[in-house]
Design a protein around this ligand. Structure first.
Ligand code: UTP
Length: 239
């Protein structure tokens, strides 16, 4: 279209699991390299990154439950942990990323107008940071969401318990939603392949989802860039 100038790249949203950020093994060097990658890709195109709470969040949820806190209060404790992880990553990335992460989807979308990457944790009780990633993706019409997790894709059974489980290269949205309905019961701190609310939002908006091992940074870069990667793609068949 004449007069529109160069088309702007569609944003990409990455949901990094807490289980990837803090494993207890080589966390500082990994976080340093992850920050470097996200900073570079964020300069090349609009990028939003959500950080999960992992086992630290689950520990606080467990303590909160043992002390009789409500599930909303347990979620709020866990959200604070996800925000700590966002601050770790954002602090390492430095400017232009805000060191105190946005606390809502609206703030994150606004922040993306001025800076990339935007890094944030959770927003409100009742879902996980995967859903935050999906909500933002829908708002900014993202090209894709990348879920950087502690497995290298989606399997047809739990690979921890079933060694014969096969990794699925590609899954359609109806198939994924069925898997999630079976796997999730919606309690705080549950570990799903991807948040059910998030998956439903992405399915409705027809935004593809990539599931990749977050510690394999060259592969994570391919998934963010939209190149062929090792993992699982959810959505329309890859072209
Ligand atoms: P995570 O996004 O870390 O979920 O949120 P997870 O499934 O444990 O993922 P990993 O292990 O990091 O990959 C942890 C918990 O924080 C609360 C929920 O209780 C969630 O289960 N939370 C998080 C919210 O209530 N709202 C949010 O927006 C984000």
């Amino acid at each position: 279209m004449p007069g529109r100038g160069r088309a702007e790249a569609s944003p990409v949203v990455v949901s990094v699991g807490g289980s990837v950020l803090l494993t207890g093994e080589d966390d500082a060097p990994y976080l340093g390299r992850l920050a470097e990658l996200l900073s570079r890709l964020g300069r090349a195109g609009p990028l939003v990154v959500t950080t999960g709470g992992g086992r630290t969040a689950r520990e606080y949820i467990r303590l909160g439950a043992a002390l009789g806190l409500t599930s909303v209060e347990q979620d709020e404790l866990a959200i604070d942990v996800t925000r700590l992880h966002a601050r770790l990553l954002a602090g390492r990335i430095g400017l232009p990323t805000a060191s105190h992460p946005p606390t809502s989807v609206r703030e994150a979308v606004e922040a993306l107008r001025h800076a990339s990457p935007v890094v944030l944790g959770g927003t409100e009780p009742g879902h996980t940071t995967d859903a935050v990633a999906a909500l933002i993706a829908v708002r900014v019409r993202a090209a894709r969401v990348v879920n950087a997790t502690d497995v290298d894709g989606l399997y047809d059974a739990d690979p921890g318990r079933h060694p014969e489980a096969r990794r699925l290269e590609h899954v359609g949205w109806p198939e994924l939603l069925q898997l999630l309905h079976r796997a999730s019961s919606g309690e705080p701190g549950q570990n799903f392949p991807f948040d059910r609310l998030g998956a439903e939002l992405l399915a409705r908006a027809a935004i593809p989802l990539a599931i990749v091992a977050g510690r394999d940074l060259p592969n994570l870069e391919k998934a963010i860039a939209g190149a062929a990667f090792h993992g699982t793609t959810i959505g329309p068949e890859a072209r």
